[in-house]
Design a binder for this molecule. Structure first.
Ligand code: PA5
Length: 338
């Protein structure tokens, strides 16, 4: 199935609108399936997912989603160095959309040298070269890495569910479900455009818990990269032990706290969200509470990710900035290569 021809790859909005369709686009190939079948509970001690920026976030989302059900640790590494405890008993998943991100390449090289079984997810580049004779899951070319998230996440869902022996998600059904959830936001009081209008000119602080904490991080990154403005993220309950002391300055710095609320919160976590909101309100600052109606935790995680992506694109339009180009990332890479 190829729907990339219908997507305008020069438009972030077009790429984000295609999010639900992209979820069902990549199926695991024979090599990847074969490699995964060779993994069994006894054969590996953990799963390590490598990736930076837009390529790193899917690993973080999956880690939070599946850690509860995994019988071995799932870790994400966004650095040059592979931890020493990642031995040849670990499965390493190297993720780089371009295949040329130096931190990912460095950590992946160490995994190969240590004899770790690997799966690479990429469009090519150095990662493809280093993966010769090893399974590679190829992604369609032409996307901005951050817009390839639905591809990256769907591939990693399929890989992790297989390795962990979980019931596989039917990506076609899942894609339809995400599409129908997204349709419910249009022209409502929680449409992404309305939220974008509420935060323009202020500093959004996204606050999440568990599987929605990497979504809060994704929201911050998308606002940075697409809307070219400042944003932060924070995690409950850790927030309650330090950041909460800074809330007295939220008004001065025009910070808008945005709580990503989950249907799966425990009673204690719900109490913490409500109490945090009250402390902030006592400082004279109103928060935004966001909830998305879904049937499963995975739907909540993925639909929320699409929702925050949509907020970032609306904000980019209101701010009249080019959401595709990442000039500062490019110039930083140039400086580093000098
Ligand atoms: O969104 C982006 O363009 C960046 O965050 C990239 O994802 C990051 O620089 C890593 O590059 P790649 O995804 O090609 O490994």
């Amino acid at each position: 199935m190829d729907i990339t021809g219908e997507i305008d790859l020069s438009s972030m909005r077009s790429m984000i609108n295609a999010f639900p369709d992209l979820i069902k686009m990549v199926e695991l190939n024979h090599d990847v399936m074969k490699q995964m079948k060779e993994f069994s509970r006894e054969q590996f001690r953990g799963i390590c997912i490598l990736g930076m920026g837009g390529s790193g976030i899917a690993g973080n989302l999956c880690k939070e989603m599946y850690s509860d059900e995994a019988y071995a640790p799932i870790i994400c590494v966004s650095d040059y160095i592979l931890p020493k405890y990642v031995t040849k008993q670990w499965i390493v998943i190297g993720v780089s959309y371009s295949g040329n991100t130096e931190e990912t390449i460095s950590a992946f090289e160490q995994a190969v040298n240590r004899g770790c079984p690997t799966i690479s997810i990429t469009t090519g580049g150095r990662l493809e070269v280093l993966s010769e004779g090893r399974p590679i899951c190829y992604l369609p070319i032409g996307f901005q890495p951050r817009a390839a998230l639905p591809l990256l996440i769907s591939v990693q869902i399929q890989i992790l569910e297989t390795i962990l022996g979980l019931i596989p998600t039917d990506m076609k059904v899942f894609s339809k479900k995400i599409n129908s959830i997204a349709n419910t936001w249009k022209n409502t009081s929680i449409s992404p455009k309305i939220i974008a209008n509420e935060i323009v000119g202020r500093i959004p602080l996204f606050i999440g818990w568990q599987h929605l904490s990497p979504v809060a991080y994704r929201a911050k990154c998308q606002i940075n990269e697409n809307a070219k403005t400042v944003s932060f993220f924070s995690v409950i309950p850790e927030n309650n032990h330090n950041e909460i002391e800074g809330t007295g300055m939220y008004g001065t710095f025009q910070i808008v706290p945005i709580f990503l609320r989950s249907k799966y919160e425990t009673t204690q976590i719900s109490k913490r969200f409500d109490a945090t909101e009250r402390v902030i309100l006592d400082e004279g600052v109103r928060s935004i509470n966001l909830r998305i109606e879904t049937d499963t935790k995975l739907e909540e995680l993925v639909a929320f990710t699409l929702y925050v992506d949509m907020i970032s694109i609306e904000l980019a339009d209101i701010r009249k900035v080019d959401s595709v180009s990442v000039e500062r990332i490019a110039s930083l890479k140039r400086i580093l290569s000098e």
